[in-house]
Ligand binder design. Structure first.
Ligand code: GDP
Ligand code: MN
Length: 349
């Protein structure tokens, strides 16, 4: 019928609602969110938006994790919104507490020092547990273990365009391990000693460096110093088997053993970005330039008009962050040699 061919044209893939065809085989994937009970109204917004733009057609599961038990109201409301199965998990203590080797007095001094430097979240212990959990543990949670791919979603983010294909399938079919939408420079004072430890790790474990790595995204001098570029990890669509690999596991454990998550304030974004850029092939990192996205003050909005029209986006192209000064977008295009959209200059400042 014309209806089902319309459906196919719209989605570009075989979908469940076309009765004459076999049901869509989902990937081994889940959407996931770490949040608190008090984030309920903001995560409700994110879930509604991603369901409307993507998941109502695919019905992927959605795993919600918290360092405490979610309330019954949280579970009831989120279960009603998620079109796949909604699952709610508590994080085990050992993934959200101080390891023995961390000197808590030194950690406190670090927080006070950073507060004086005016660093955002400087004084927060919970923020450090969160960053450490997202860096090295979320993919080991019992509710996440069965899945290979995940899409990370935070409270009150927005999705501006139809996601009219399955990005998990895209990763698998194209042999990609990690997908991002926004890249940005890190605050140097949060990671002062990080790159030194990264270099030590590489020196001790050169076998883990991918021959075709993406070091030039991270460093402008062949690895001597970090240029602070990282993928913004509040949006990630990625393969957890990479985080579970020997290379990344050893890398995380090595960094963790320095106590830097607590003495400084290392974010999971630079940790993930450095890991994937060094221990995966540069071609295994994908820029989802068609998934319009907002988190806080920064957005990615397709400035290619045909993409905006095809995906029925709702963002202002002028809000796109990719080519602005504080973004690593221009550096990304430079080192990959990819062609920038023709009209990129119109959105560069
Ligand atoms: P920002 O994006 O760096 O400003 O940090 P956020 O405050 O957005 O935190 C990042 C993610 O971790 C979000 O999904 C938050 O909901 C979540 N998060 C942050 N702190 C906590 C916490 O103490 N407990 C829980 N359960 N989630 C947290
Ligand atoms: Mn956030």
């Amino acid at each position: 019928s014309s209806l089902s061919s319309d459906t196919k044209k719209l989605t570009g893939s075989k979908l469940l609602n076309s009765q004459s065809e076999a049901p869509y085989q989902r990937e081994n994937a889940t959407i996931m969110t770490l949040c608190r009970d008090e984030d309920m109204w903001d995560i409700i917004k994110s879930v509604r938006r991603l369901e409307d733009r993507f998941n109502h057609k695919y019905h992927y599961d959605w795993v919600f994790l918290n360092n405490e038990e979610f309330s019954d109201e949280f579970k009831k409301r989120l279960t009603s919104l998620v079109s796949g199965e909604a699952k709610f998990g508590v994080i085990p203590r050992e993934h959200w507490s101080y390891p023995d080797f961390v000197d808590q007095e030194k950690a406190k001094e670090g927080r006070e020092r950073m507060a004086q430097q005016g660093i955002i979240y400087a004084e927060m212990e919970s923020y450090r547990h969160m960053c450490r959990f997202n860096s090295g543990f979320f993919y080991e949670h019992p509710l996440m273990k069965q899945y290979k791919y995940y899409w990370r979603v935070e409270p009150d983010v927005n999705f501006f365009c139809d996601v009219d294909y399955d990005p998990f399938r895209y990763l698998r079919v194209n042999n990609k391990l990690y997908g991002f939408t926004i890249s940005i420079y890190e605050f140097e004072l949060t990671i002062e000693s990080l790159w030194g430890h990264v270099k030590d790790f590489i020196k001790k474990n050169p076998q883990y460096l991918d021959k075709n790595n993406f070091m030039d995204f991270l460093s402008n001098d062949g690895g001597d110093s970090y240029n602070l570029c990282h993928f913004w990890s509040n949006f990630e669509i990625a393969d957890m088997d990479f985080w579970r690999s020997e290379a990344y596991t050893k890398f995380f454990n090595y960094l963790d053993s320095t106590g830097g998550f607590f003495y400084e304030r290392w974010g999971d974004a630079p940790i993930h970005s450095i890991g994937i850029s060094l221990f995966a092939g540069r071609d295994q990192i994908h820029y989802f330039d068609d998934i319009g996205y907002n988190h806080g003050v920064y957005s990615m909005c397709p400035i290619d008009e045909q993409v905006w029209l095809d995906k029925k986006c709702s963002c202002e192209p002028n809000s796109d962050f990719t080519f602005r000064g504080y973004s690593c977008g221009q550096h990304y295009f430079k080192v990959t040699g990819k062609k920038k959209p023709d009209n990129w200059k119109d959105y560069a400042d």
